[in-house]
Ligand binder design. Structure first.
Ligand code: C5P
Length: 232
């Protein structure tokens, strides 16, 4: 059987407005290295990844190429491309640059540096079997629906999951969504939502509680602590 080819898209083109800093969060340093370094090193190391496309802000393309990809010798990086207005626009730009003979596409937020090779392995295996897969965590708190600070409903939490990245898809499934221009019909906060909208099933793989997305200053502090704690 021919080897499965897997490409990773790393959207890193967010403006990071909620983190009040002049430097965009993906370039802020934790233990002397930019946040994006930590995310990329796991994809570089993973035996399940053949190539990486990074999506960066327009003004940071050279910085990303020189100060991250070249400096840390991330040899799997095929190219660094410019991002778009929404996350889904950035991912689409990345998709346009991956090799067209790719079998599985893995998408992972640059802002989640606590990714590990095991999560990548599990999500790629599930996408290989089922077509589409996401890492997610079952909700353990009680889930309330509220309007203007007043609870209107309580949901049975057994059926609710928090979706994370990495997410993985058969190349042809994403390609069909883009051919049908579904990404222009609505705003999807992750690609799984677009794939569900297209009518495909998406499988769940157990995520990891500490694979947090860095959004606020507190998340940034927590990520520094966690990266140290887990010896990343
Ligand atoms: O916007 P959000 O915090 O969900 O971003 C998740 C990831 O998507 C981050 O790594 C961010 O850099 C990236 N992103 C992007 N292009 C955008 C918005 C977000 O690549 N326009």
């Amino acid at each position: 059987m021919a080897k499965i080819k897997t490409s990773a898209i790393i959207p890193a083109a967010g403006s990071g407005k909620r983190l009040k800093s002049k430097t965009k969060k993906q370039y802020l340093e934790i233990q002397g290295k930019p946040l994006l370094f930590y995310t990329l090193q796991v994809f570089q190391k993973s035996k399940n990844i053949d190539e990486i496309v990074i999506v960066a802000p327009k003004n940071e393309l050279t910085l990303t190429r020189k100060d991250i990809v070249e400096k840390f010798k991330f040899s799997k990086v095929k190219c660094v491309v410019e991002g778009g207005i929404e996350r889904q626009d950035s991912v689409k730009n990345g998709f346009d640059s991956i090799s067209t003979d790719t079998d599985i596409v893995v998408i992972h937020d640059a802002a989640r540096p606590l990714i590990n090779v095991d999560l990548i392995k599990k999500v790629v295996a599930s996408a290989g079997k089922n077509g589409s897969a996401i890492t997610a965590l079952q909700i353990t708190d009680t889930l309330k629906m509220a309007v203007e600070g007043v609870v209107k409903n309580t949901f049975p939490r057994e059926n609710f999951w928090r979706s994370q990245t990495p997410q993985a898809f058969n190349y042809n499934i994403l390609n069909e969504c883009y051919d049908r221009k579904l990404n222009e019909e609505a705003i999807f906060t992750d690609e799984a939502q677009m794939v569900e909208y297209a009518g495909f099933e998406v499988s769940l793989v157990e995520g990891w509680e500490y694979n947090i997305k860095i959004t606020t200053n507190d998340d940034f502090k927590l990520a520094g602590f966690l990266l140290k704690e887990f010896n990343v």
